[in-house]
Ligand binder design. Sequence first.
Ligand SMILES: [Zn+2]
Ligand SMILES: [Zn+2]
Length: 342
Amino acid sequence: MKAVRVHEYNQPPSLDDIPEPGIEGPFDVLVKIDAAGVCRTDLHIIEGQWAEKSGVGLPYVIGHENAGTVVATGDAVRGVADGDRVILHPLVTCGLCRACRSGDDVHCSDSEFPGINRDGGMAELLRTSVRSVVKLDEGLHPADVAALADAGLTAYHAVRKAAPQLHPGDHVVQIGVGGLGHIGLQCLLAMTAARVTVVDMSTEVLEKAKTLGAHTTVVSDGSQVDQIMDLTKGEGAQIVIDFVGEHGTEADGVAMTKNAGSYYVIGYGGNVDIPTIDIISREINVIGNLVGSYNDLVDLMRLAATGDVTLSTKQYDLDDALRALDDLDGGRVPGGRAILTT
Ligand SMILES: [Zn+2]
Ligand SMILES: [Zn+2]
């Protein structure tokens, strides 16, 4: 089968012909990958940034945002059958550890991450576990939702955690409205009755945020903290969700957070530097967010099925994977997600 494999870090991957995976264990599910999202993490993998963390041996197949059609199942698999269209939770989890039993799939103590630490989905077939497959509603097509498996799931997960703290009319500030941010915005509008203000440097993406339903937009031009304070009568926002996490948004985000409110970190790269006296006197929280659970993905698919969350995509044939990676790297997939289709 065709597969996009990294052979050497800092070199472009290649489209290889490799043996097909098969069913090995009773809970395995073999999926024909109809759509695989191309993610900035793939670029970071190619750059070698994940080499030590993942410990993966080269060559291997990248691709961790996968959706497709079930073509074979292990003996113990129930609930999914050949021909079912599915989206894959990005982790393959054990189902037995304490985290798994409490539904916290991301912190499974014995998990694999196809596309990160073993062969992934930029290929014609991927072997996963029945624990990772979510059946798609009839109206949903793999190419429309594949990128929700990671990017969208992360945004949903943060909003799902923040939603109980947002009462009607509370202010929420979202910093950054790119690939993840535009999904986060739609989740905030669908799941809360809060007033949503979006902060970004680009007036173009702020216009898009307005069409998606953002109540207020603020251009990040140096006066963004003051503008948020004016909007919130000097109090700040109950929740700030930072999709950037570098280049100064960390300090802005903390400054924009209301006393006893929470600053949610999604984007990363920078440092959060808060005097401890401020943390206690203002009683603010800094909340990390990592991917999302299986149940988060199920719920996000419900929002996709009702049209409350939609994703703008640019599709490429699997044969054109290198061009898709190059376009992402060169900023030629603005405000959307590149998807490989077969
Ligand atoms: Zn991703
Ligand atoms: Zn587990």
